[in-house]
Design a protein around this ligand. Structure first.
Ligand code: FAD
Length: 430
């Protein structure tokens, strides 16, 4: 069997690795990483504890208030109005307590084993940088601290298996001396890890290459077309590869390929920005989630990465000086003992974001032999191993998995009272 994987971000590469483990031939086609690719820009956290969907009771109103303030964590970028409206409508609809909790349980079932999976990978690949210091959810205000505790308690109630510890001001500054003495406290999710995303990507490329995958780089897939013999032609500007099975794992760009197959999905870009800097004095030793500005910090061997913002809508593939400055200013009050003196990378990445914060994994309806693995939003690294291990048996042997049921692509199809699809659905999302 020959499987073509479209996309060489963390999801495509992890799927390729797992498919090779199933003993099939794998070809990975990637045209980049193109500007705005999410994987290399990410903060590298592997955080099952943070599996909660963004949507939830009361969240829609809170985000609406944030849209008007550029300093806040959430923003909107210009996008086709119908597409944006549908996304926001689905987002609001998925914000019930019941759907929020069901989403959390489903995502946890993909995420819970990811630290172990990456631990094994890093043991096999010397150059892969991974740190096992956990994540400190750090707050300066009582409300931020309560939110941090609530996040972890909710995750535990729905199946998160790692432990966590609540630290007061004194204990926190002892544990993480880079923090300013005026932080109030933190929750330490000790089982979590972070890894340097560029080293992860190189490790995965090495592994799929040495396991025998063919890799084509630098050419964009233009479409996936049915061949006369029932197989699929994956067409680029220069060549076509015929495949028994196809996995679309092209991040935020997957929408175009899915649209062509007649399966529109409400997937939009959630642009985030990162700054990587070296600094004076002591850098943080732990990954830090700064609760009030909602910023992620990850200390790597080559500098500290600061990541933030979620700009929903149209493409955002570069970071302005102003966005980078905003991130540094928001982080500064927490890091009084670390002063970023040399910024060596400012980048933007597009998270492939679904309205219910749950990925799209499984069969592409109406296209037998074509599968999708995208829409991992803020958690693509965390969910890559779980996604790949659940998807590969489905692709190769048709083995359906209960774990994948909540992530089916047709969950957003609108139906009328009779269960039939409503007319006009395609034009709404185009
Ligand atoms: C600022 C930021 C911080 C983040 N931090 C974290 C974190 O700490 N932990 C975590 O778990 N997640 C994090 N994420 C989310 C995570 O990075 C993404 O969910 C994940 O990288 C998505 O991976 P992907 O493979 O689906 O897409 P991408 O990484 O975007 O890869 C898609 C690939 O497909 C290729 N491609 C697209 N279209 C085509 C085509 N037509 N033909 C050929 N190739 C094509 C592109 O060139 C690209 O290489 C973060 C994201 C951002 C932006």
């Amino acid at each position: 069997m020959n499987v073509v994987v479209i996309g060489g971000g963390v999801i495509g590469l992890y799927c390729a690795l797992e498919l090779l483990g199933e003993g099939v031939g794998v070809t990975v086609i990637d045209d980049g990483p193109r500007p705005g690719t999410a994987t290399p820009v990410s903060a590298g956290w592997v955080v099952p504890s943070l599996s909660a969907p963004l949507s939830g009771p009361g969240v829609a109103g809170k985000l609406a208030r944030q849209i008007v303030d550029r300093r806040c964590a959430f923003g909107i970028r210009p996008a086709p109005p119908a597409r944006l409206a549908r996304w926001l409508w689905e987002f609001a609809r998925s914000g019930t307590d019941q759907r929020h909790r069901a989403g959390l349980r489903a995502v946890l079932s993909l995420a819970n084993d990811s630290v172990d999976a990456f631990r094994k990978l890093s043991a096999a690949e010397e150059g892969m940088e991974m740190h096992h210091t956990g994540v400190l959810l750090t707050a300066r205000e009582p409300r931020g601290l309560s939110e941090a505790v609530a996040l972890l308690e909710e995750a535990r109630a729905e199946g998160y298996s790692g432990d966590f510890e609540i630290l007061d001001q004194e204990a926190l500054v002892r544990r993480e001396p880079a923090l300013a003495p005026n932080v109030l406290g933190a929750v330490h999710a000790r089982a979590e890890a972070h890894l340097q995303p560029e080293t992860l990507r190189s490790a995965l490329i090495d592994m799929v290459g040495s396991a025998g995958a063919l890799r084509y780089e630098g050419t964009a897939v233009q479409g996936v077309e049915r061949a006369d013999d029932g197989r699929w032609n994956v067409v680029t500007s220069q060549y076509a590869v015929t495949a028994d099975r196809v996995v679309i794992a092209a991040g935020v760009w997957s929408t175009r390929l899915l649209d062509q197959l007649g399966v529109p999905v409400p997937l939009l870009s959630g642009t985030g920005h990162t700054v990587t800097a070296e600094g004076m004095s002591s850098p943080p030793r732990h990954a830090l989630k700064l609760m009030e500005p909602n910023i992620a910090i990850a200390p790597f061997n080559d500098g500290v990465r600061i990541a933030g913002r979620f700009e929903l809508g149209g493409p955002g593939d570069h970071t302005s000086r102003r966005s980078a400055g905003r991130l540094l200013r928001a982080a500064a009050p927490y890091l009084k003992r670390w002063d970023p003196s040399h910024v060596h990378a400012e980048r933007a990445g597009m998270r492939p974001a679904t309205p219910d914060s749950m990925p799209l994994i499984g069969r592409v309806p109406g296209a037998p032999g074509v599968f999708a693995a995208t829409g991992h939003g803020m958690l693509g690294l965390t969910l890559a191993p779980g996604t790949a291990s659940a998807l590969a048996p489905l692709v190769v042997r048709g083995t359906e998995s209960e774990v994948l049921r909540p992530f089916a692509l047709d969950r957003f199809r609108r139906r009328d009272g009779t269960g039939r699809e409503r007319p006009g659905e395609r034009s709404l999302s185009a």
